[in-house]
Ligand binder design. Structure first.
Ligand code: IMP
Length: 193
């Protein structure tokens, strides 16, 4: 089976994508190949971070790989927190703090439009390919639900009246930013067979 590195330390993401690529590729993590340091992601855009992570692994190991990067883009905040989503309220990367700051910054603002955007950078045979997935929705005024992670308790996707944190994982993956980007990646990899 061909090997492909997924530049992530997130076991849930790894399992999810591996299931979709069953029979085509065996996914390997940087840690399994001896890369124990944190992979740098200090660019100013989601695209930049996604590329930086896949290029870092490719430069070090010389094998095909991909990375993903996601941000929450809020219209009334000119696209913030965007590329800073994980660290919006500080280096501790705490979701409760990030959500509290987001709700505070949106206090009194009626435009609650927002989108999640994921960019995947794939480096295959030394060529980079990008895949993007987005989901449009709105930010609530308080938290609802306990499933998921990050900003899920305050994000209601268009066409629904529940947050991502009130959905089961399969339903979220079907309509989510990351789910859509991964589906495009998988479709591309399958088209090469
Ligand atoms: P990452 O690039 O996947 O690590 O995502 C960066 C940050 O965006 C995370 O730390 C979360 O705060 C937020 N985020 C990414 N994906 C989701 C999601 O599916 N739901 C809620 N928040 C998310």
């Amino acid at each position: 089976m061909k090997k492909l590195v997924f530049a992530t330390n997130n076991k849930n993401k790894l399992r999810e994508v591996q299931q979709m690529l069953e029979g085509l590729y065996t996914l390997v993590t940087p840690a399994e190949l001896g890369i124990t340091e944190e992979i740098p992601e200090n660019q100013t855009t989601i695209e930049g971070n996604s590329s930086q992570k896949s290029r870092y692994i490719h430069d070090k190991l010389g094998i095909d790989c991909f990375a993903d990067d996601t941000g929450l883009e809020v219209e009334a905040l000119n696209g913030a927190p965007g590329v800073h989503s994980a660290r919006y309220a500080g280096e501790a990367k705490k979701s409760e703090d990030n959500i509290a700051l987001l709700l505070k910054n949106l206090e009194g603002i009626s435009n609650r439009r927002a989108r999640f955007r994921t960019v995947i950078s794939l480096i295959l045979n030394n060529e980079e390919h990008r895949f993007e997935g987005t989901v449009e929705g709105r930010i609530t005024t308080s938290c609802n639900g306990t499933a998921g992670f990050g900003y899920d308790p305050v994000f209601v996707p268009d066409g629904y009246d529940i947050t991502f944190a009130e959905m089961d994982a399969a339903e979220k993956n079907r309509i989510s930013h990351r789910g859509k980007a991964i589906a495009k990646l998988v479709e591309y990899l399958k088209s090469l067979q």
